[in-house]
Ligand binder design. Structure first.
Ligand SMILES: Cc1cc2nc3c(=O)[nH]c(=O)nc-3n(C[C@H](O)[C@H](O)[C@H](O)COP(=O)(O)OP(=O)(O)OC[C@H]3O[C@@H](n4cnc5c(N)ncnc54)[C@H](O)[C@@H]3O)c2cc1C
Length: 424
Protein backbone atom coordinates (compact mmCIF):
# COMPACT_ATOMS: atom_id res chain seq x y z
CA UNK A 1 0.00 0.00 0.00
CA UNK A 2 1.14 3.51 -0.77
CA UNK A 3 2.67 5.47 2.14
CA UNK A 4 0.31 8.04 3.65
CA UNK A 5 3.12 10.39 4.73
CA UNK A 6 5.89 10.13 2.13
CA UNK A 7 7.12 8.54 -1.06
CA UNK A 8 6.43 5.10 -2.44
CA UNK A 9 5.01 1.83 -1.28
CA UNK A 10 5.16 0.73 2.35
CA UNK A 11 6.60 -2.62 1.20
CA UNK A 12 9.69 -0.92 -0.27
CA UNK A 13 12.08 0.12 2.46
CA UNK A 14 15.44 1.61 1.53
CA UNK A 15 17.65 2.18 4.55
CA UNK A 16 20.39 4.80 4.48
CA UNK A 17 23.66 2.82 4.63
CA UNK A 18 25.89 3.60 7.62
CA UNK A 19 28.63 5.07 5.45
CA UNK A 20 26.02 7.20 3.69
CA UNK A 21 24.80 8.62 7.01
CA UNK A 22 28.39 9.35 8.03
CA UNK A 23 29.01 11.03 4.68
CA UNK A 24 25.99 13.31 5.10
CA UNK A 25 26.91 14.14 8.71
CA UNK A 26 30.40 15.10 7.53
CA UNK A 27 28.98 17.36 4.82
CA UNK A 28 26.01 19.05 6.43
CA UNK A 29 26.27 18.19 10.12
CA UNK A 30 24.44 15.74 12.33
CA UNK A 31 20.72 15.57 11.63
CA UNK A 32 18.02 16.41 14.12
CA UNK A 33 15.32 13.76 13.80
CA UNK A 34 11.81 15.20 13.83
CA UNK A 35 9.08 13.51 15.83
CA UNK A 36 7.04 11.23 13.56
CA UNK A 37 3.27 11.62 13.85
CA UNK A 38 1.19 8.46 13.63
CA UNK A 39 -1.69 8.09 11.19
CA UNK A 40 -4.08 7.87 14.17
CA UNK A 41 -2.86 11.22 15.49
CA UNK A 42 -3.38 12.83 12.10
CA UNK A 43 -6.82 11.26 11.63
CA UNK A 44 -7.89 12.75 14.97
CA UNK A 45 -7.14 16.22 13.54
CA UNK A 46 -9.25 15.88 10.39
CA UNK A 47 -12.24 18.26 10.74
CA UNK A 48 -15.79 17.35 9.76
CA UNK A 49 -16.39 17.64 6.02
CA UNK A 50 -18.30 20.65 4.70
CA UNK A 51 -19.65 18.57 1.82
CA UNK A 52 -23.01 16.81 1.77
CA UNK A 53 -22.99 13.06 1.14
CA UNK A 54 -22.82 12.22 -2.57
CA UNK A 55 -22.57 8.79 -4.26
CA UNK A 56 -19.37 9.76 -6.15
CA UNK A 57 -17.60 11.40 -3.20
CA UNK A 58 -15.76 9.80 -0.29
CA UNK A 59 -15.84 11.78 2.97
CA UNK A 60 -13.70 9.18 4.73
CA UNK A 61 -11.04 10.84 6.91
CA UNK A 62 -8.14 8.59 5.85
CA UNK A 63 -8.91 9.11 2.16
CA UNK A 64 -8.86 12.87 2.77
CA UNK A 65 -5.50 12.60 4.57
CA UNK A 66 -4.04 10.59 1.68
CA UNK A 67 -5.00 13.29 -0.83
CA UNK A 68 -4.01 16.37 1.17
CA UNK A 69 -0.38 16.95 0.18
CA UNK A 70 2.03 16.55 -2.71
CA UNK A 71 5.60 15.22 -2.57
CA UNK A 72 7.86 18.25 -2.23
CA UNK A 73 10.36 18.44 0.63
CA UNK A 74 8.09 20.86 2.58
CA UNK A 75 5.22 18.40 1.98
CA UNK A 76 7.30 15.51 3.32
CA UNK A 77 8.35 17.42 6.43
CA UNK A 78 4.78 18.56 7.07
CA UNK A 79 3.38 15.04 6.61
CA UNK A 80 6.00 13.37 8.79
CA UNK A 81 5.28 15.89 11.56
CA UNK A 82 1.54 15.49 11.11
CA UNK A 83 1.23 19.19 10.30
CA UNK A 84 -0.92 18.78 7.19
CA UNK A 85 -2.60 22.18 7.08
CA UNK A 86 -5.83 21.88 5.07
CA UNK A 87 -7.53 18.65 4.12
CA UNK A 88 -9.90 18.29 1.17
CA UNK A 89 -13.52 18.03 2.31
CA UNK A 90 -14.02 15.01 0.09
CA UNK A 91 -12.37 12.93 -2.63
CA UNK A 92 -14.17 11.72 -5.75
CA UNK A 93 -13.00 8.81 -7.91
CA UNK A 94 -14.88 9.15 -11.23
CA UNK A 95 -14.72 6.21 -13.60
CA UNK A 96 -16.05 7.87 -16.76
CA UNK A 97 -15.95 11.28 -18.46
CA UNK A 98 -19.68 11.54 -17.75
CA UNK A 99 -19.01 11.25 -14.00
CA UNK A 100 -16.36 13.97 -14.28
CA UNK A 101 -19.01 16.19 -15.91
CA UNK A 102 -21.44 15.45 -13.04
CA UNK A 103 -18.77 16.46 -10.51
CA UNK A 104 -17.96 19.65 -12.42
CA UNK A 105 -21.66 20.53 -12.43
CA UNK A 106 -21.85 19.89 -8.69
CA UNK A 107 -18.79 22.07 -8.09
CA UNK A 108 -20.31 24.91 -10.12
CA UNK A 109 -23.67 24.61 -8.38
CA UNK A 110 -22.25 24.48 -4.82
CA UNK A 111 -19.30 26.86 -5.42
CA UNK A 112 -16.72 24.21 -4.52
CA UNK A 113 -12.98 24.45 -5.09
CA UNK A 114 -12.16 21.49 -7.35
CA UNK A 115 -8.64 20.05 -7.50
CA UNK A 116 -7.80 17.50 -10.23
CA UNK A 117 -5.49 14.85 -8.75
CA UNK A 118 -3.38 12.41 -10.78
CA UNK A 119 -0.64 10.67 -8.80
CA UNK A 120 -0.24 13.43 -6.22
CA UNK A 121 3.50 13.80 -6.90
CA UNK A 122 3.33 17.55 -7.50
CA UNK A 123 6.24 19.41 -5.99
CA UNK A 124 4.65 22.80 -6.65
CA UNK A 125 1.83 22.73 -4.09
CA UNK A 126 -0.89 22.64 -6.74
CA UNK A 127 -2.83 19.77 -5.25
CA UNK A 128 -2.67 21.06 -1.66
CA UNK A 129 -5.99 22.58 -0.55
CA UNK A 130 -5.77 26.18 0.63
CA UNK A 131 -7.59 27.53 3.67
CA UNK A 132 -10.82 29.33 2.77
CA UNK A 133 -14.58 29.50 3.10
CA UNK A 134 -15.32 27.31 0.07
CA UNK A 135 -15.37 23.53 0.54
CA UNK A 136 -12.65 21.66 -1.35
CA UNK A 137 -13.35 18.62 -3.54
CA UNK A 138 -10.33 16.66 -4.78
CA UNK A 139 -11.03 14.73 -7.96
CA UNK A 140 -8.77 11.70 -8.28
CA UNK A 141 -8.41 10.15 -11.74
CA UNK A 142 -6.96 6.93 -10.28
CA UNK A 143 -9.81 4.75 -11.56
CA UNK A 144 -9.47 5.94 -15.15
CA UNK A 145 -6.25 4.18 -16.03
CA UNK A 146 -6.97 1.91 -18.98
CA UNK A 147 -5.44 1.76 -22.43
CA UNK A 148 -8.60 2.50 -24.41
CA UNK A 149 -7.30 2.21 -27.97
CA UNK A 150 -4.06 1.54 -29.79
CA UNK A 151 -3.81 2.62 -33.42
CA UNK A 152 -0.88 0.57 -34.69
CA UNK A 153 -0.83 2.36 -38.04
CA UNK A 154 -0.49 5.86 -36.63
CA UNK A 155 1.22 4.71 -33.41
CA UNK A 156 -1.29 6.65 -31.30
CA UNK A 157 -2.48 5.22 -27.99
CA UNK A 158 -5.52 6.53 -26.10
CA UNK A 159 -5.46 6.25 -22.31
CA UNK A 160 -7.55 7.23 -19.34
CA UNK A 161 -5.77 10.17 -17.63
CA UNK A 162 -5.10 8.36 -14.35
CA UNK A 163 -2.77 5.69 -15.77
CA UNK A 164 0.43 5.74 -13.74
CA UNK A 165 3.86 5.18 -15.33
CA UNK A 166 3.86 1.42 -14.63
CA UNK A 167 0.24 1.12 -15.84
CA UNK A 168 1.07 2.96 -19.08
CA UNK A 169 4.15 0.85 -19.79
CA UNK A 170 2.66 -2.51 -18.78
CA UNK A 171 -0.35 -2.06 -21.07
CA UNK A 172 1.80 -0.86 -23.99
CA UNK A 173 4.62 -3.36 -23.55
CA UNK A 174 2.15 -6.21 -23.64
CA UNK A 175 1.50 -5.11 -27.25
CA UNK A 176 5.16 -4.45 -28.12
CA UNK A 177 5.18 -0.68 -27.64
CA UNK A 178 6.48 1.91 -25.20
CA UNK A 179 5.70 5.52 -24.42
CA UNK A 180 9.26 6.04 -23.23
CA UNK A 181 8.31 8.75 -20.74
CA UNK A 182 10.21 8.26 -17.49
CA UNK A 183 10.13 11.21 -15.11
CA UNK A 184 11.82 10.31 -11.86
CA UNK A 185 8.38 10.18 -10.28
CA UNK A 186 7.35 7.60 -12.92
CA UNK A 187 6.32 4.99 -10.36
CA UNK A 188 3.47 7.14 -9.01
CA UNK A 189 2.76 9.99 -11.41
CA UNK A 190 0.12 9.76 -14.15
CA UNK A 191 -0.34 10.53 -17.81
CA UNK A 192 -2.89 13.30 -17.13
CA UNK A 193 -0.56 14.77 -14.50
CA UNK A 194 2.38 14.68 -16.94
CA UNK A 195 0.38 16.67 -19.48
CA UNK A 196 -1.02 19.10 -16.92
CA UNK A 197 2.44 19.78 -15.49
CA UNK A 198 4.39 19.67 -18.79
CA UNK A 199 6.59 16.90 -17.51
CA UNK A 200 10.01 15.91 -18.76
CA UNK A 201 11.40 12.38 -18.60
CA UNK A 202 14.79 10.74 -18.27
CA UNK A 203 14.63 9.47 -21.86
CA UNK A 204 13.01 12.52 -23.43
CA UNK A 205 16.11 12.95 -25.56
CA UNK A 206 14.95 10.08 -27.75
CA UNK A 207 11.21 9.77 -27.19
CA UNK A 208 10.41 13.44 -26.73
CA UNK A 209 9.14 15.51 -23.84
CA UNK A 210 5.47 15.20 -22.98
CA UNK A 211 4.58 18.12 -25.25
CA UNK A 212 5.92 16.10 -28.19
CA UNK A 213 4.22 12.89 -27.05
CA UNK A 214 0.83 14.46 -26.27
CA UNK A 215 -1.15 14.08 -29.48
CA UNK A 216 -4.57 15.24 -28.28
CA UNK A 217 -7.40 14.26 -26.00
CA UNK A 218 -10.41 15.61 -24.18
CA UNK A 219 -10.67 18.32 -21.55
CA UNK A 220 -13.81 18.49 -19.43
CA UNK A 221 -14.48 22.14 -18.64
CA UNK A 222 -17.25 23.96 -16.75
CA UNK A 223 -18.62 24.89 -20.19
CA UNK A 224 -18.60 21.29 -21.48
CA UNK A 225 -16.10 18.92 -23.10
CA UNK A 226 -13.39 20.36 -25.30
CA UNK A 227 -11.93 18.06 -27.92
CA UNK A 228 -8.24 18.45 -28.76
CA UNK A 229 -7.95 16.86 -32.20
CA UNK A 230 -4.99 14.76 -33.23
CA UNK A 231 -3.43 16.21 -36.37
CA UNK A 232 -0.12 15.01 -37.79
CA UNK A 233 0.63 18.71 -38.36
CA UNK A 234 -1.33 21.82 -39.17
CA UNK A 235 -0.50 25.17 -40.68
CA UNK A 236 -3.72 26.76 -39.45
CA UNK A 237 -4.04 28.67 -36.20
CA UNK A 238 -2.70 28.07 -32.71
CA UNK A 239 -2.25 24.56 -31.35
CA UNK A 240 -4.96 24.01 -28.73
CA UNK A 241 -2.88 21.37 -26.99
CA UNK A 242 -0.69 24.19 -25.73
CA UNK A 243 -3.63 25.42 -23.69
CA UNK A 244 -3.68 22.20 -21.71
CA UNK A 245 0.05 21.48 -21.44
CA UNK A 246 1.28 22.87 -18.14
CA UNK A 247 -2.19 24.19 -17.26
CA UNK A 248 -2.11 22.45 -13.84
CA UNK A 249 -5.82 21.74 -14.02
CA UNK A 250 -6.77 25.42 -14.30
CA UNK A 251 -8.95 25.08 -17.43
CA UNK A 252 -10.56 21.75 -16.73
CA UNK A 253 -10.03 18.06 -16.14
CA UNK A 254 -8.24 16.00 -18.78
CA UNK A 255 -10.47 12.96 -19.23
CA UNK A 256 -8.70 11.24 -22.13
CA UNK A 257 -5.12 11.45 -23.38
CA UNK A 258 -3.77 10.41 -26.78
CA UNK A 259 -0.03 9.88 -26.99
CA UNK A 260 2.50 8.99 -29.65
CA UNK A 261 4.08 5.62 -28.85
CA UNK A 262 7.14 3.80 -30.22
CA UNK A 263 7.90 0.20 -30.96
CA UNK A 264 10.01 -1.40 -28.26
CA UNK A 265 13.74 -1.25 -28.93
CA UNK A 266 15.39 -4.63 -29.41
CA UNK A 267 18.10 -3.79 -26.95
CA UNK A 268 19.13 -0.98 -24.65
CA UNK A 269 22.66 -0.36 -23.42
CA UNK A 270 23.72 1.78 -20.50
CA UNK A 271 27.05 3.46 -19.92
CA UNK A 272 28.44 5.38 -17.00
CA UNK A 273 31.51 7.48 -17.75
CA UNK A 274 33.72 9.26 -15.23
CA UNK A 275 35.58 12.32 -16.44
CA UNK A 276 38.34 14.32 -14.79
CA UNK A 277 36.86 17.82 -14.90
CA UNK A 278 33.60 19.70 -15.30
CA UNK A 279 34.92 21.57 -18.34
CA UNK A 280 35.85 18.39 -20.16
CA UNK A 281 32.53 16.80 -19.28
CA UNK A 282 30.58 19.83 -20.54
CA UNK A 283 32.51 19.80 -23.77
CA UNK A 284 31.92 16.06 -24.24
CA UNK A 285 28.21 16.32 -23.51
CA UNK A 286 27.82 19.34 -25.79
CA UNK A 287 29.59 17.46 -28.55
CA UNK A 288 27.26 14.50 -28.21
CA UNK A 289 24.14 16.67 -28.17
CA UNK A 290 25.19 18.85 -31.09
CA UNK A 291 26.19 15.82 -33.17
CA UNK A 292 22.66 14.49 -32.51
CA UNK A 293 24.01 11.11 -31.52
CA UNK A 294 20.83 9.05 -31.13
CA UNK A 295 20.98 8.45 -27.41
CA UNK A 296 17.85 8.21 -25.32
CA UNK A 297 19.42 9.63 -22.18
CA UNK A 298 22.39 11.84 -21.55
CA UNK A 299 22.75 13.05 -18.03
CA UNK A 300 25.63 14.87 -16.40
CA UNK A 301 26.20 14.89 -12.65
CA UNK A 302 28.64 17.34 -11.11
CA UNK A 303 31.25 16.28 -8.57
CA UNK A 304 29.04 16.82 -5.53
CA UNK A 305 26.12 14.88 -6.98
CA UNK A 306 28.39 12.05 -8.15
CA UNK A 307 30.06 11.74 -4.77
CA UNK A 308 26.78 11.95 -2.87
CA UNK A 309 24.98 9.39 -5.02
CA UNK A 310 27.79 6.90 -4.73
CA UNK A 311 28.15 7.41 -0.98
CA UNK A 312 24.42 6.95 -0.43
CA UNK A 313 24.35 3.83 -2.61
CA UNK A 314 26.49 1.98 -0.05
CA UNK A 315 29.16 -0.51 -1.18
CA UNK A 316 32.09 1.37 0.40
CA UNK A 317 34.58 -1.38 -0.52
CA UNK A 318 33.71 -1.18 -4.21
CA UNK A 319 33.82 2.60 -4.18
CA UNK A 320 37.28 2.55 -2.60
CA UNK A 321 38.48 0.25 -5.39
CA UNK A 322 36.91 2.48 -8.00
CA UNK A 323 38.49 5.59 -6.47
CA UNK A 324 41.89 3.95 -6.66
CA UNK A 325 41.37 3.01 -10.26
CA UNK A 326 40.09 6.46 -11.26
CA UNK A 327 43.07 8.09 -9.55
CA UNK A 328 45.35 5.85 -11.62
CA UNK A 329 43.53 6.95 -14.77
CA UNK A 330 43.73 10.65 -13.82
CA UNK A 331 40.05 11.00 -12.94
CA UNK A 332 40.27 10.73 -9.15
CA UNK A 333 38.23 12.69 -6.62
CA UNK A 334 34.84 11.98 -8.22
CA UNK A 335 35.13 14.76 -10.70
CA UNK A 336 32.03 14.33 -12.79
CA UNK A 337 29.93 11.52 -14.07
CA UNK A 338 27.74 11.07 -17.13
CA UNK A 339 25.05 8.46 -17.77
CA UNK A 340 24.37 7.45 -21.32
CA UNK A 341 21.70 5.17 -22.64
CA UNK A 342 21.55 4.12 -26.21
CA UNK A 343 19.43 1.97 -28.46
CA UNK A 344 21.61 -0.02 -30.78
CA UNK A 345 23.58 3.06 -31.71
CA UNK A 346 27.24 2.17 -31.69
CA UNK A 347 28.47 5.62 -32.61
CA UNK A 348 27.75 7.23 -29.22
CA UNK A 349 30.90 5.77 -27.79
CA UNK A 350 32.97 6.74 -30.79
CA UNK A 351 31.70 10.33 -30.70
CA UNK A 352 32.52 10.66 -27.03
CA UNK A 353 35.97 9.28 -27.71
CA UNK A 354 36.37 11.85 -30.51
CA UNK A 355 36.24 14.60 -27.90
CA UNK A 356 39.55 13.23 -26.68
CA UNK A 357 38.36 12.89 -23.09
CA UNK A 358 36.57 9.65 -22.58
CA UNK A 359 36.78 6.83 -22.27
CA UNK A 360 40.56 7.28 -22.59
CA UNK A 361 40.84 9.37 -19.43
CA UNK A 362 37.87 8.10 -17.57
CA UNK A 363 36.55 4.79 -16.49
CA UNK A 364 33.86 3.30 -18.65
CA UNK A 365 31.44 0.78 -17.42
CA UNK A 366 29.37 -0.92 -19.94
CA UNK A 367 26.06 -2.16 -18.77
CA UNK A 368 23.87 -4.28 -20.95
CA UNK A 369 20.29 -4.31 -20.01
CA UNK A 370 17.83 -6.37 -21.94
CA UNK A 371 14.75 -4.37 -22.44
CA UNK A 372 11.94 -3.92 -19.97
CA UNK A 373 13.54 -4.21 -16.64
CA UNK A 374 15.38 -7.48 -16.54
CA UNK A 375 17.98 -7.49 -13.86
CA UNK A 376 20.89 -5.38 -15.04
CA UNK A 377 23.94 -7.37 -15.97
CA UNK A 378 27.25 -5.62 -16.39
CA UNK A 379 30.52 -6.12 -18.15
CA UNK A 380 32.91 -3.71 -16.50
CA UNK A 381 35.42 -2.35 -18.96
CA UNK A 382 38.29 -2.47 -18.82
CA UNK A 383 38.69 -3.47 -15.16
CA UNK A 384 36.54 -6.21 -13.69
CA UNK A 385 35.32 -4.06 -10.79
CA UNK A 386 32.29 -5.56 -9.08
CA UNK A 387 30.38 -2.35 -9.54
CA UNK A 388 27.24 -3.00 -11.55
CA UNK A 389 24.96 -2.55 -8.55
CA UNK A 390 26.08 1.03 -8.19
CA UNK A 391 25.26 1.70 -11.77
CA UNK A 392 21.98 -0.08 -11.50
CA UNK A 393 20.91 2.03 -8.55
CA UNK A 394 21.50 5.16 -10.54
CA UNK A 395 19.31 3.99 -13.38
CA UNK A 396 15.68 4.88 -12.80
CA UNK A 397 16.58 7.32 -10.06
CA UNK A 398 17.71 4.62 -7.67
CA UNK A 399 14.23 3.54 -6.64
CA UNK A 400 14.14 -0.22 -6.19
CA UNK A 401 10.35 0.01 -6.49
CA UNK A 402 10.72 1.23 -10.05
CA UNK A 403 12.93 -1.67 -11.05
CA UNK A 404 10.47 -4.05 -9.46
CA UNK A 405 7.56 -2.47 -11.31
CA UNK A 406 9.41 -2.42 -14.60
CA UNK A 407 10.07 -6.09 -14.03
CA UNK A 408 6.34 -6.58 -13.59
CA UNK A 409 5.74 -4.78 -16.89
CA UNK A 410 7.43 -7.68 -18.64
CA UNK A 411 4.64 -10.05 -17.68
CA UNK A 412 2.30 -10.66 -20.58
CA UNK A 413 -0.71 -8.52 -19.78
CA UNK A 414 -3.99 -10.26 -20.38
CA UNK A 415 -7.46 -9.25 -19.32
CA UNK A 416 -6.65 -9.87 -15.68
CA UNK A 417 -3.83 -7.38 -15.66
CA UNK A 418 -6.12 -4.82 -17.28
CA UNK A 419 -8.74 -5.37 -14.62
CA UNK A 420 -6.35 -5.13 -11.73
CA UNK A 421 -4.72 -2.08 -13.26
CA UNK A 422 -8.08 -0.40 -13.34
CA UNK A 423 -8.52 -0.63 -9.61
CA UNK A 424 -5.03 -0.55 -8.25
C1 LIG B 1 10.60 12.23 -6.47
C2 LIG B 1 10.04 13.10 -7.57
C3 LIG B 1 10.64 13.09 -8.81
C4 LIG B 1 10.12 13.90 -9.85
N1 LIG B 1 10.72 13.86 -11.08
C5 LIG B 1 10.21 14.60 -12.10
C6 LIG B 1 10.81 14.54 -13.39
O1 LIG B 1 11.76 13.79 -13.63
N2 LIG B 1 10.28 15.31 -14.38
C7 LIG B 1 9.19 16.14 -14.15
O2 LIG B 1 8.74 16.81 -15.08
N3 LIG B 1 8.61 16.21 -12.91
C8 LIG B 1 9.08 15.47 -11.90
N4 LIG B 1 8.49 15.51 -10.66
C9 LIG B 1 7.31 16.36 -10.45
C10 LIG B 1 5.96 15.59 -10.68
O3 LIG B 1 6.13 14.22 -10.54
C11 LIG B 1 5.44 15.87 -12.07
O4 LIG B 1 4.99 17.21 -12.10
C12 LIG B 1 4.31 14.94 -12.54
O5 LIG B 1 4.08 15.19 -13.89
C13 LIG B 1 3.01 15.11 -11.78
O6 LIG B 1 2.15 14.05 -12.16
P1 LIG B 1 1.00 13.51 -11.17
O7 LIG B 1 0.20 12.52 -11.90
O8 LIG B 1 1.58 13.09 -9.89
O9 LIG B 1 0.13 14.84 -11.00
P2 LIG B 1 -0.40 15.52 -9.67
O10 LIG B 1 0.72 15.79 -8.74
O11 LIG B 1 -1.54 14.77 -9.12
O12 LIG B 1 -0.93 16.89 -10.28
C14 LIG B 1 -0.03 17.81 -10.85
C15 LIG B 1 -0.85 18.96 -11.44
O13 LIG B 1 -1.62 18.50 -12.54
C16 LIG B 1 -3.02 18.64 -12.28
N5 LIG B 1 -3.64 17.43 -12.83
C17 LIG B 1 -3.34 16.14 -12.54
N6 LIG B 1 -4.09 15.31 -13.28
C18 LIG B 1 -4.89 16.10 -14.05
C19 LIG B 1 -5.92 15.85 -15.00
N7 LIG B 1 -6.28 14.62 -15.37
N8 LIG B 1 -6.54 16.91 -15.57
C20 LIG B 1 -6.19 18.18 -15.26
N9 LIG B 1 -5.25 18.48 -14.36
C21 LIG B 1 -4.60 17.46 -13.76
C22 LIG B 1 -3.14 18.82 -10.78
O14 LIG B 1 -4.28 19.57 -10.43
C23 LIG B 1 -1.84 19.56 -10.46
O15 LIG B 1 -1.98 20.94 -10.76
C24 LIG B 1 8.99 14.73 -9.60
C25 LIG B 1 8.39 14.72 -8.34
C26 LIG B 1 8.90 13.91 -7.33
C27 LIG B 1 8.23 13.91 -5.99
Amino acid sequence: MRRWNGWGDEATVVELPANGAAFLAGRIGAGQPLPDASLEQVLARVPASRLAAHPLISLDAETRVRHARGQSLPDWLAMREGDFGQFPDGVAFPETPEQIRQLLALAAERDLVLIPYGGGTSVAGHINPQAGERPVLTLSLAHMNRLLELDEDSLIATFGPGASGPQVESQLRARGYTLGHFPQSWELSTLGGWVASRSSGQQSLRYGRIEQLFAGGTLETFAGPMELPTFPASAAGPDLRELVLGSEGRFGVISEVRVRVSRLAEQESFYAVFLPSWEQALSGIRHLAQARVPLSMLRLSNAIETETQLALAGHPGQIALLEKYLALRGAGGWQVHADLRRHRQPDAERRLAETGQAPAEGLRWRVHRHLAGQEVGAQPLPLPLPAPRLVERRLRGGHPGNRHRLGQCRQPAGQDRGQSAQRS
